[in-house]
Design a protein around this ligand. Structure first.
Ligand code: NAD
Ligand code: MG
Length: 392
């Protein structure tokens, strides 16, 4: 008997192809050439890596960061269409043939292409959590109105999403997000005074882009993830908990009213949540799977989060509950501050100081719209950039 497979290859637009998530996504796609094809990609400034990816993937569209890069690559690849900046990101995200947009750019620059993709009825595989923190209300509204899927790539959210499959969401008692604790989890506040960028970039469990690695150490990343979870799963902040779990084996949990804790466990390999977001609701074999042996790991530990040690996590719950554009300010201030630390302009503890100051002195704008939120993001960046200059 013959089987008729009505199978269609998924065509992917990959925003942020040269980054850490971008690289893992390319690995998933090229390991499964019959299932996936990356037909559009974007990158910001790494032309060498960008060129390599174009040669390897032969996309039909490429978005780049500058006109110079565009000019150079257009000469080398005359049959490929190029675009620059936000326009390039939006074009890559809305190409007719694209089925799913994987947003792996770092920072709030992801918002506009993600919104455009949703409006063009593309499904979204979302790594770029900043988009949801900055404008969750508008993004989720657009998702509902356009009947598209917004699938989490962030490992914690993928874990929660997996633990919610087939369950009654009204019976969820709480979402329990695990946190590795980042590079400085055993440092006291005093010891943080003189830490270097190099030390901060040395994450114990995950290899990731620079900004998210800094965010993990300040617990900003977990703060952003709490807000991301609120929007993705439509969950009250009182039902979102964070627990310190050094091994990063349990990627997160969902606790149900009957006392059941459902957890998703696995290796620290972002290809797994990426692949799940791309194959959902199905599962496929993971090619070149990372070894994972619970008997080697032996024991798993869970500790209470210390909100005094990690004030950025406490602040996330505060801005989340305040709602409106407070999370926008929290996110924008952090983007400027974390990057200023990476660039050696400010001290480590100044990151927290700048984010706290931006939130404290912010006065909410009435009758928010998406345009106003984008303006608030821009203004906050300007203000915090000026504060950074004063500190230099
Ligand atoms: P990364 O720094 O390694 O890569 C960022 C990518 O974005 C690069 O391709 C870069 O060219 C592009 N980019 C940077 N600035 C840009 C700009 N102004 N305009 C256009 N493109 C720009 O970052 P990453 O670690 O891959 O993280 C990407 C996103 O995924 C972030 O939002 C992060 O929070 C999220 N995320 C990452 C991980 C991880 O393991 N790395 C895990 C969960 C979530
Ligand atoms: Mg995460």
């Amino acid at each position: 008997m013959e089987f008729l497979f009505l199978y269609q290859m998924k065509k992917i637009s990959l925003l942020g192809a040269t980054g850490s998530i971008g690289t893992s996504t390319i690995d998933v796609a090229t390991n499964n050439p019959e299932e996936f094809k990356i037909i559009a990609l974007t990158f910001h400034s790494n032309i060498e890596k960008g060129r390599e990816l174009i040669q390897k993937l032969r996309p039909t569209y490429v978005g780049v960061g500058t006109k110079e890069i565009q000019k150079q690559l257009k000469q080398e690849f005359p049959t490929i269409q190029f675009g620059v900046g936000t326009k390039g990101l939006i074009e890559a995200a809305t190409l007719d043939e694209v089925d799913v947009v994987l947003t792996a750019v770092s920072g709030a620059v992801g918002l506009q292409p993600t919104m455009a993709a949703i409006q063009a009825k593309k499904d979204i595989a979302l790594a770029n959590k900043e988009t949801l923190v900055m404008a969750g209300e508008w993004v989720m509204q657009a998702v509902r109105e356009n009947h598209v899927k917004l699938l989490p790539v962030d490992s914690e959210h993928s874990a929660i999403f997996q633990c919610l499959q087939g369950q009654d969401t009204k019976k969820v008692r709480e979402l329990m997000i695990t946190a590795s604790g980042g590079s400085f989890r055993d440092y006291s506040r005093k010891e943080l005074e003189n830490v270097t960028v190099e030390q901060a970039l040395n994450h114990p469990n995950w290899s990731m882009g620079k900004k998210i690695t800094i965010d993990s150490s300040t617990m900003m990343n977990k703060g952003l993830e709490v807000i991301e979870a609120h929007w993705l799963f439509d969950m009250d902040y009182d039902k979102i908990k964070v627990v310190l779990h050094r091994e990063s084996i349990v990627h997160s949990m969902v606790v149900y009213e009957d006392g059941a804790y459902l957890a998703q466990l696995g290796a620290s390999d972002m290809r797994e949540p990426i692949q799940y977001a791309l194959t959902y609701p199905y599962r496929e074999k993971m090619q070149k799977e990372k070894p994972f042996d619970l008997t080697q790991i032996g024991a798993l530990h869970f500790e209470k989060m210390n909100f005094t040690r990690f004030p950025m996590l406490a602040l996330a719950f505060k801005v989340g509950k305040l709602g409106g554009s407070y999370p926008t300010v929290y996110n924008a201030a952090n983007e400027i501050a974390a990057n200023a630390f990476i660039d050696g302009k400010i001290t480590y503890l100044a990151i927290e100081e700048l984010v706290s100051r931006a939130v404290e002195q912010y006065e909410e704008v009435k009758n928010l719209t998406l345009e106003k939120v984008i303006e608030i993001d821009r203004k906050t960046r300007k203000i915090v950039t000026a504060w950074v200059k004063d500190m230099e």
